[in-house]
Design a protein around this ligand. Structure first.
Ligand code: D5M
Ligand code: FE
Ligand code: ZN
Length: 491
C-alpha cells in the first residue's frame, strides 16, 4: 500500500523526503491526501518537485481552513451589503446545452434503436480521435482476422466466468464479439471491473477461437485541461427538498442570510461579496408520491405550494443569478434528459427575475467557465453494480462518467432514460466544473483540472435513507471562490 503511494508520487515527478513520507503514511486517510497532493501540486513534465514535511503541514492547514462553520451571528451596523455592489455588473451567463426544447419522443421501438445508434456514433467518433484507435475493424471484419484486432462496440452484457475472468459481449452495427479479460492481467482486470452495460468501449486484442482476448480496454476518456482564471464566486446547491418535514429550514435561512451578506465572520463575508451565481442541481422540492408513504414525511402536501414555498425562500436572495435544474423529486418527466421544471407548477419561481431554468443535464457558461450540471440519478446504478463505488464517494463515480463520456450509461435499471432520437447524455464537451447532487453527501475533487462537486443536501435523514443506510451531510455548501473550493457549514 505505502509503496504504491510512493510510486504514484514518482510517476507525477514528485519526490518525498523522509518527514513528508512519515506524515503522509500516518495521516488518517493517506490515500486521499496523496491523491489531492498529486493533483494540486503536480509539476510540469520536465520539472521535479521535492515534497517536504513543512509543505505537507501547510497544505493540510490550508485545506482545513476551507471548512467554515457559520453560526447565527447576524452582523449589526451593516449598510449596503457588498454583494449588491459586485452584482451591479451585468451577468455573463449563457445556456450552452439544454435538451428541454429538443427532446421529443413517442416511445416507439424505432426511437429506441435510433437512440442507441446516436450514443454509439457520438462515442465512436470520440474514440477514433485516439491514436490507438485511428484504424479499427468492424465486428464482422474482426471475426475473420487472426492477429491483432481493434474494435469499437457497445457493451451488451458483462459477466464473470466461473474461473473469475471477465467476459463482455460487444456489439456494433455488423455483429458481436465476446471479449475476455484474464484475471492474471491485474491492471487490465481492474479496468474491466469498471465496465458497465451499454457503455461504448474500444478493445485491442487477439483472436482465440470464438473469443477476443483483450490486451487493452480504451475509454473515450478526457484530457487534462488548463484551469481558467475565475474572478468571481459560484455557490452550488442541490436537494433542498422544500416541503419535506426533514427540510432544514433554519439552516437554509441562515444560508440565505450569509449569501445576502447579513451573517458570518469577515472571511465568510468576503466570500459572500464575490458570489455572482447560484446553481441548484435538482430536488429543489420534495415532490409528491416519489416513494411509498412519502406523504407522512411531507409538511406541504401540495406540489404547487411546495414550489410557492421555494419561491418565497429563493426570492430572498438578492443580486445573484440563480440557475435551477430538475431532479427526480421535481414535477418533471422522470426520464432523462429531464426538461426544465414546467412553469405551470412553479409560477411564483418563474416570476423571480434572477432565476433561469435549465434541463437535467445541462451545460451553462458563467463568464466563460463551463459548468456541466447533472442531478446524479445514475449514481444509484453505479453504487449498486460497480465494485468499489458508493454513494459516499460520488467523486469517484463522476471521474468514471467523464472517462466514459456518458452521464448514465446503464440502461434499464434505476435511471429511467428517454429513448430519444439523439442521446443527450453523452458528455460531448469537457466542462471546467462538473456539478451533481442526488446522493445527499458532499464530495469534492479536482480531476484532470476539472472541479468535481457534489453539493450535498438541506434535508436530514429520511426513513427511506435509513433503510439504505445513507447518512447525509446536511447544510454544507460548496463555494468555488475565485477558483478555490470552500465548504461553508450552516447550523
Ligand atoms: O435520493 C436520496 C438518497 O437516496 C440518495 O443518497 C440516493 C438514494 N436513493 C434514491 N433512490 C434510490 C434507489 N432506488 N436505490 C438506492 N438508493 C437510492 P432522493 O433522490 O433525494 O430520494
Ligand atoms: Fe435528493
Ligand atoms: Zn435525487
Amino acid at each position: 500500500m505505502h509503496e504504491n503511494i510512493i510510486n504514484k508520487f514518482i510517476d507525477a515527478n514528485i519526490l518525498l523526503n523522509d518527514t513528508a513520507y512519515q506524515k503522509i503514511k500516518t495521516y488518517e486517510n493517506s490515500f486521499k491526501l496523496s491523491e489531492s497532493l498529486i493533483e494540486d501540486l503536480a509539476p510540469s513534465k520536465e520539472d521535479l518537485l521535492i515534497l517536504t514535511g513543512e509543505i505537507i503541514d501547510q497544505y493540510i492547514k490550508d485545506s482545513e481552513d476551507d471548512l467554515y462553520n457559520i453560526e447565527n451571528n447576524v452582523q449589526k451596523n451593516k449598510s449596503i451589503p457588498q454583494s449588491k455592489l459586485v452584482s451591479s455588473l451585468p451577468f455573463d451567463f449563457q445556456i450552452l446545452r439544454d435538451s428541454s426544447r429538443k427532446s421529443y419522443t413517442n416511445g416507439e421501438i424505432k426511437d429506441f434503436s435510433a437512440y442507441f445508434g446516436s450514443r454509439y456514433h457520438k462515442l465512436k467518433e470520440i474514440l477514433q480521435r485516439k491514436k490507438e484507435l485511428k484504424t479499427t475493424q468492424t465486428m464482422r471484419e474482426a471475426g475473420n482476422m487472426q492477429d491483432l484486432v481493434k474494435v469499437i462496440g457497445m457493451v451488451n452484457d458483462v459477466r464473470t466466468t466461473k474461473n473469475n475472468h471477465k467476459l463482455f459481449e460487444l456489439e456494433d452495427e455488423t455483429g458481436l464479439a465476446n471479449v475476455l479479460v484474464h484475471n492474471e492481467n491485474e491492471s487490465l482486470f481492474e479496468k474491466a471491473e469498471m465496465v458497465v452495460k451499454d457503455e461504448v468501449l474500444g478493445v485491442v486484442g487477439s483472436r482465440k477461437g470464438s473469443l477476443l482476448i483483450a490486451s487493452q480496454l480504451i475509454n473515450p476518456g478526457i484530457p487534462r485541461i488548463d484551469e481558467k482564471p475565475m474572478d468571481f464566486s459560484t455557490v452550488f446547491l442541490s436537494d433542498t427538498h422544500i416541503g419535506s418535514s426533514t427540510f432544514l429550514e433554519d439552516a437554509f435561512l441562515n444560508f440565505i442570510k450569509w449569501i445576502n451578506g447579513e451573517s458570518g465572520d469577515k472571511k465568510q463575508e468576503k466570500i459572500a461579496e464575490n458570489v455572482r451565481y447560484l446553481i441548484v442541481a435538482g430536488d429543489i422540492v420534495d415532490g409528491i408520491g416519489v416513494y411509498p408513504n412519502q406523504d407522512k414525511e411531507l409538511i406541504i402536501k401540495d406540489i404547487y405550494e411546495q414550489y410557492d414555498e421555494a419561491a418565497r425562500l429563493f426570492g430572498e436572495i438578492d443580486g445573484i443569478q440563480i440557475i435551477i435544474a430538475p431532479g427526480n423529486h421535481d414535477a418533471c418527466r422522470l426520464a432523462e434528459p429531464q426538461p426544465s421544471i414546467p412553469e405551470e407548477y412553479a409560477k411564483e419561481l418563474y416570476k423571480l427575475k434572477n432565476v433561469a431554468f435549465v434541463s437535467n443535464p445541462a451545460v451553462i457558461s458563467l463568464e466563460g467557465i463551463n459548468v456541466l450540471i447533472y442531478h446524479g440519478r445514475s449514481f444509484d446504478d453505479f453504487a449498486m453494480t460497480v465494485k468499489g463505488m458508493s454513494h459516499q464517494e460520488s467523486d469517484i463515480i463522476m471521474e468514471e462518467l467523464l472517462e466514459k463520456r456518458h452521464l448514465a450509461p446503464i440502461y434499464g435499471e434505476r435511471t429511467p432514460l428517454a429513448s430519444e432520437v439523439e442521446d443527450h447524455l453523452v458528455i460531448e464537451d469537457i466542462p471546467d466544473v462538473f456539478h451533481t447532487g442526488h446522493v445527499h453527501i458532499n464530495a469534492y475533487k479536482k480531476y484532470k483540472g476539472i472541479h468535481l462537486i457534489n453539493s450535498g443536501t438541506f434535508q436530514s435523514q429520511t426513513e427511506f435513507q435509513k433503510i439504505y443506510n445513507i447518512i447525509p451531510t446536511c447544510a454544507q455548501v460548496p463555494v468555488l471562490n475565485h477558483g478555490s473550493m470552500k465548504l461553508l457549514k450552516f447550523t
